[in-house]
Design a binder for this molecule. Structure first.
Ligand code: FES
Ligand code: FES
Length: 162
């Protein structure tokens, strides 16, 4: 077993886990943070995306051990009890999700992008979502929602594929 101590959504959390435990398993199974989803488990779908020290990562590909002493933000860390994060609000407003399974990962990738680049172009948004697969939506409404959060100006993207 290895001891892991990380700051998750602003709170110090510790656990003792087998060395092969991934960050995703740690979050879901030990910390009961089930927002990050287990999709492919091999780094292909982005459903498990969380932010580690400011960068989006596939948490299914990181060992919990590798995150010891670092800072993790998950989808649960975005909203407060009575207020959604602007990205969550715009995704809701724009109807950006259908089944929603990809949503937490997409929103975390979008947050990491906007933290780094508050006014991204459509191409930059597409690039940022490149590792996040969605089987339902076609991405256009997501891109519009991210743009709306970024700068309030919306370039039509419905006719383009992501
Ligand atoms: Fe991690 Fe698919 S579950 S990338
Ligand atoms: Fe269903 Fe994206 S909304 S996978």
């Amino acid at each position: 077993m290895v001891n892991v101590s990380i700051k998750v959504n602003g709170e110090m959390r510790t656990a003792s886990v087998p060395p092969e435990t991934t960050l995703l398993r740690l979050l879901r199974d030990n910390f009961n943070l089930t927002g990050a989803k287990l999709g492919c488990d091999v780094g292909d779908c982005g459903a498990c995306t969380v932010i580690v020290d400011g960068l989006p990562v596939n948490s299914c590909l990181m060992l919990a051990n590798q995150v010891d002493g670092r800072e993790v933000l998950t989808i649960e860390g975005l909203a407060t009890t009575d207020k959604l994060h602007p990205l969550q609000k715009k995704f809701e407003e724009f109807g950006s999700l259908q089944c929603g399974f990809c949503g937490p990962g997409i929103i975390m990738s979008a947050k990491a992008l906007l933290d780094e680049n508050p006014a991204p172009t459509v191409m930059q948004i597409r690039d940022a979502l490149g590792g996040n697969l969605c089987r339902c939506t076609g991405y256009a409404k997501m891109i519009e929602a991210i743009q709306a959060v970024a700068n309030g100006s919306i370039e039509p993207v419905a006719s383009k594929s992501a």
